[in-house]
Design a protein around this ligand. Structure first.
Ligand SMILES: Cc1cc2nc3c(=O)[nH]c(=O)nc-3n(C[C@H](O)[C@H](O)[C@H](O)COP(=O)(O)O)c2cc1C
Length: 221
């Protein structure tokens, strides 16, 4: 698979089979992803990989917790500005509409949306997950480095016929995650990522993208 193939076939997959992901594959992907760039080569990512019985137990506790209506853990970072302005608000609304209509869930059916959201904490059935942390003393450029690293991981997973879903939703139950990975206090959980083989029997909409002229300006001579 070339880079174009990896980039265009990567998407947030939300239905995985239970086929285990071999440890050596994860190791190969994470070894290669370590070559991601970062400002001054800080390599600010701290990654925990969870599979097998610990992941099964983590999913169980997280799903039970959310299903019981437990309040989220207090946020350690702002996921979205409280008043999202145009064009981001429209893009977010379009994404929500597309996602919930694909699931046959009405926009105003809060309970059904909540049930669909709970699949996040079951890793959408995936047998492997990683959790990406960053030192709380680091700043915006280092958070951007995490994005580059995570995209490298997701593209390399495509080269291994694997799929992924990055998930900030795990930060909402960060204390439950911490029980399993026991990170040092100075680390903040940015996101989780479900990893596995796609369940191709589940259909899905392909998310759209803004046209190039909305996001790119060429200044050419
Ligand atoms: C940092 C980050 C966090 C995300 N968190 C979630 C999440 O918690 N749950 C989820 O289902 N999707 C999550 N997504 C997936 C996005 O919804 C998805 O990438 C976006 O809608 C574009 O769709 P695509 O990745 O399928 O092309 C996240 C993506 C990123 C980059």
């Amino acid at each position: 698979m070339d880079v174009y193939g990896a980039v265009t076939s990567r998407r947030a997959v939300r239905a995985f089979t239970d086929q285990p992901v071999p440890h050596e594959v994860l190791q190969r992907v994470l070894c290669a992803a370590a070559w991601s760039p970062s400002g001054s080569n800080l390599q600010p990512w701290h990654i925990y990989v969870v599979t097998g019985a610990p992941l099964a137990q983590l999913k169980k506790l997280a799903v039970e917790r959310v299903a019981a209506g437990d309040p989220w853990d207090e946020s350690e970072y702002v996921m979205y500005p409280p008043a999202l302005k145009s064009p981001y608000a429209e893009r977010r609304a379009a994404f929500g509409k597309e996602r919930y209509s694909a699931l046959g869930v009405a926009r105003e059916d809060w309970e059904a949306r909540q049930r669909a959201a709970i699949a996040n904490w079951d890793c959408f059935g995936a047998p492997a997950a990683l959790f990406c942390y960053i030192d709380r003393d680091l700043g915006l450029p280092q958070w951007a480095d995490l994005g580059m690293y995570l995209q490298s991981v997701m593209l390399l997973l495509r080269a291994e016929a694997l799929h992924s879903c990055p998930q900030m939703s795990w930060a909402k139950v960060r204390k439950t995650v911490a029980e399993f990975v026991t990170p040092p206090n100075e680390l903040v959980l940015f996101c989780g990522m479900s990893i596995g083989y796609e369940d191709v029997t589940v259909s899905h909409p392909r998310t759209g993208r803004a046209s190039l002229d909305e996001t790119v300006t060429f200044v050419e001579g």
